[in-house]
Ligand binder design. Structure first.
Ligand SMILES: [Mg+2]
Length: 266
């Protein structure tokens, strides 16, 4: 059975993290801050977690970022955070920084591949009750959450096989109840690297609940702290059970970072 980190382990790891001059606090959204829901646009962070994010957004030398597979607009819709939050959207493909948005340019070949992908996934979704296709800036996601496990597994396998055969060269990402195909091979580790540099962070906190979050956890260094939500295999230093535990952890993080920042300015 998987072991969750104890309160003592969490407090010790956070104490070792927060003393740096500049700290970046980066979080996955769905399944980490927000409980899973059927319609992605209805997802909201737990109020206890939201409160701690807002607190940390006000701290000096401390930046807060959301790193998600969602497109920027979708992330903004669900986040409800002040404008100085940073976003890494579409698995590290696009960013909302203080200067505004940056997205990768698309070639004519990319656009044609996306059109073929769109048609193929809609054909599959139309044939399977409960599945639907989400439009992403550089790809499409096939959602399987409303299906029975057996039907979801069958559709998942068919989508992966047909996309590989008919539109080769796309990047495939496997998540919970979702499979995504994209024309760029960016991942959440790219988002961590980009935001580390942008913020000038001396250390990073990151928490996530899905396979794609392991790419972010993999690029963390020894001064950073990674947290995995749930019981799947992970390289993260800490592990907690769910969104409630993340909210509790964020309260400790906000308290300890606030103490460090206020001791420095007084
Ligand atoms: Mg997630």
């Amino acid at each position: 059975m998987v072991q969750y980190s104890s309160e003592t382990e969490i407090a010790a790891a956070i104490d070792a993290l927060v003393a740096v001059p500049t700290l970046l606090i980066a979080l996955d959204f769905d399944g980490t801050l927000a409980p899973e829901v059927d319609d992605p646009l209805d997802a909201r962070a737990l109020p206890e977690a939201q409160e701690q994010l807002v607190r940390m957004l006000e701290l000096a030398d401390t930046r807060v970022a959301l790193i998600s597979g969602r497109a920027l607009d979708s992330l903004e819709h669900v986040a409800h955070l002040p404008s100085h939050v940073l976003f890494g959207g579409s698995h590290g493909l696009e960013y909302r920084l203080d200067e505004g948005d940056s997205v990768l340019p698309m070639s004519a070949e990319n656009t044609a591949a996306l059109e073929r992908l769109d048609a193929l996934l809609h054909e599959l979704a139309d044939s399977a009750e409960g599945s639907w296709v989400e439009l992403k800036p550089a790809g499409r996601a096939l959602h399987l959450r409303m299906m029975t496990l057996e039907d979801a597994e069958r559709l998942h396998a068919e989508a992966v096989a047909r996309v590989a055969a008919e539109i080769p060269g796309l990047t495939t990402r496997f998540g919970k109840n979702i499979v995504e195909f994209a024309i760029h091979d960016s991942h959440k580790g790219d988002a961590i690297d980009r935001l580390r540099e942008y913020v000038g962070a001396d250390a990073i906190f990151f928490a996530g609940d899905d396979t794609t979050d392991e790419d972010a956890i993999a690029v963390l260094g020894e001064n950073d702290l990674g947290v995995r939500v749930g019981d799947a295999p992970s390289a993260a230093r800490l592990r907690v059970a769910g969104t409630r535990e993340i909210a509790a952890l964020l309260m400790v993080l906000a308290d300890r970072r606030a103490a460090v920042v206020s001791a420095r300015t007084n």
